[in-house]
Design a protein around this ligand. Structure first.
Ligand code: BG6
Length: 482
């Protein structure tokens, strides 16, 4: 951890969507809980022609729209922390004025959050360097998309590395800021129960689903260049997978945790053509509401996948032969992110004959969102006096996290990440070697798609993707959890 708590936070892209919907609400919520360092100044910058008062007005509106009323306590005090400097980041000229606005940060430190178009990363770094805003007391936080493949991400990473060492670079994957994702680590490493059976001897397969009901949401041009594989699998899903599959780190420390995650990412086996399915939604209905198809929203035909399912493998001792089925898509029937760990059958059933017919292998379902439930399915005897012996049935052992922690807020993922950025804790940020291992694996999948001339199969909005995705799992005798 770099040992300083910044007393200035500089937000690039401060008038943008992410800032309005997540960053400003998260910062206000942290302030209301007394978690921001005293005297922290937040300087917003963007192209819009605003002054301090105008920025505060914009922020107030954003908070009223995107922060729960009961978390807005102390909003006036929070708005007072804000100031604004207009900047055209594509040229170095305005950066001196920006540095003047930031002021002397040498006693505490400066954290910079870059949420701008990737094309501005290079010029922004040049401008910051020109204005003396890249010194030892400065941290740089980067928001996706960081490139579209390994090569383009390396260009961005190189540009940033020119001005900042890795210990001061904070790459966001907002899934790591989710409490339920961090709880995966607690579940695995704060309980003795799971670790001994967390391997190929006892686990038959793992499923990771990240399903969304939304469509393009006005992000047409970005999404059509990205697609589900780059938008969701390359980052969020591979991070989830690495947390499920990694070896126990020696401590909850940035180096220890990230060392273990990167080993998993590097052990991922290249995927074959028949281990992936891609899809693109057509008009359908979500929750009874008619929604248009992807091509209608886009206004032209496209080969971009809005859905993908992948059978992945981690080639190491622990996971040899255990498939990880991943699937994600837009316009699916429900918004749900969950991980299913399917255990193997008991080696021998003592409940022979027909009475043992109910015997099923155990499974552990970890709900990430919107339901934060952990459900372990166990076999139990059905009460009764059947002549043939014991009838068995699966019963859930269920923990509903909100009930277990009544009175706790459901925090925005960015609250944790912004706080860690200000404090300088990189544990929940993605290291360059992880990003590169993720791209390497994903780029190879796209190459296979290209070589095979694969184009997305259509699926009706509101369904669980193309039928080929169901077949992908069913070929192995596996059903997706629904
Ligand atoms: C973003 C993707 O990274 O994650 C979006 O670009 C997606 O396409 C979003 O909708 C999902 O995040 P969450 O937190 O709503 O699951």
């Amino acid at each position: 951890m770099t040992q300083f708590a910044a007393d200035r936070l500089l937000l690039f892209g401060a008038t943008g969507d992410l800032s309005r919907r997540k960053l400003l609400p998260s910062l206000c919520a942290l302030d209301a809980d007394g978690l921001l360092p005293e005297g922290l100044n937040i300087i917003g910058t963007a192209r819009s022609d605003l002054d301090d008062a105008g920025f505060r007005d914009m922020a107030r509106e954003a908070l009223e729209a995107h922060l729960e009323p009961d978390r807005r306590g102390g909003m006036a005090g929070f708005l007072n922390r804000l100031s604004y400097q207009r900047l055209d980041a594509s040229t170095v000229e305005g950066f001196d004025d920006l540095a003047t606005k930031v002021g002397d940060y040498s006693s505490k430190g400066l954290a910079i959050f870059l949420s701008t178009a990737p094309s501005l990363f290079g010029p922004t770094i040049a401008g910051l360097r020109h204005a003396g805003l890249t010194g030892e007391k400065v941290r740089m936080c980067l928001e996706k998309p960081l490139g579209t493949d390994l090569d383009t991400s390396a260009v961005i990473n190189d540009a940033v590395a020119d001005a900042f060492p890795e210990e001061r670079i904070f790459r966001i994957d907002h899934y790591l800021g989710k409490e339920t994702v961090q709880n995966l680590l607690a579940l695995r490493f704060a309980n003795i129960l799971f670790e001994p059976i967390w391997n190929s001897n006892y686990i038959e397969h793992v499923q990771i689903t990240v399903a969304e009901t939304v469509g393009l949401e006005g992000r047409v041009s970005f999404y059509d260049d990205a697609g589900a594989l780059r938008d969701m699998v390359q980052n969020h899903m591979l991070q989830l997978l690495s947390l499920v599959a990694m070896e126990p780190p020696t401590s909850f420390d940035a180096t220890a945790v990230r060392d273990e995650k990167v080993k998993v990412l590097r052990a991922m086996r290249p995927v074959l053509a028949n281990e992936t399915v891609t899809g693109q939604y057509r008009a359908g209905a979500i929750n009874g509401q008619a929604v248009p198809g992807y091509d209608d929203e886009l206004g032209k035909p496209s080969n971009t996948e809005t859905f993908t399912a992948i059978k992945a493998h981690v080639d190491n001792w622990r996971w040899k032969g255990v498939p990880f089925y991943l699937r994600t898509g837009k316009r699916l029937p429900e918004r749900v992110t969950e991980i299913l760990v399917q255990f193997r059958c008991v080696p021998h059933s003592i409940f022979g004959g027909t009475s043992g017919a109910g015997l099923q292998p155990n499974s552990l379902l970890i709900g990430i969102q919107p339901e934060e439930n952990i459900t372990l399915s166990l076999m139990a005897k059905v009460p009764g006096l059947e002549a043939t012996g014991n009838a068995l049935r699966e019963v859930p052992l269920e923990i509903t996290m909100p009930d277990a922690f009544v009175g706790q807020y459901r925090r925005i993922a960015y609250e944790r990440l912004l706080l860690d950025l200000i404090k300088g804790d990189q544990t929940l940020f993605v290291r360059r070697d992880e990003v590169e291992a993720q791209w390497e694996w994903v780029d190879a999948i796209r190459e296979v798609w290209e070589e095979e001339g694969m184009t997305p199969k259509t699926y009706t909005a509101g369904s669980w993707g193309p039928s080929a995705a169901i077949a992908l799992a069913e070929r192995d005798g596996v059903s997706w959890h629904e």
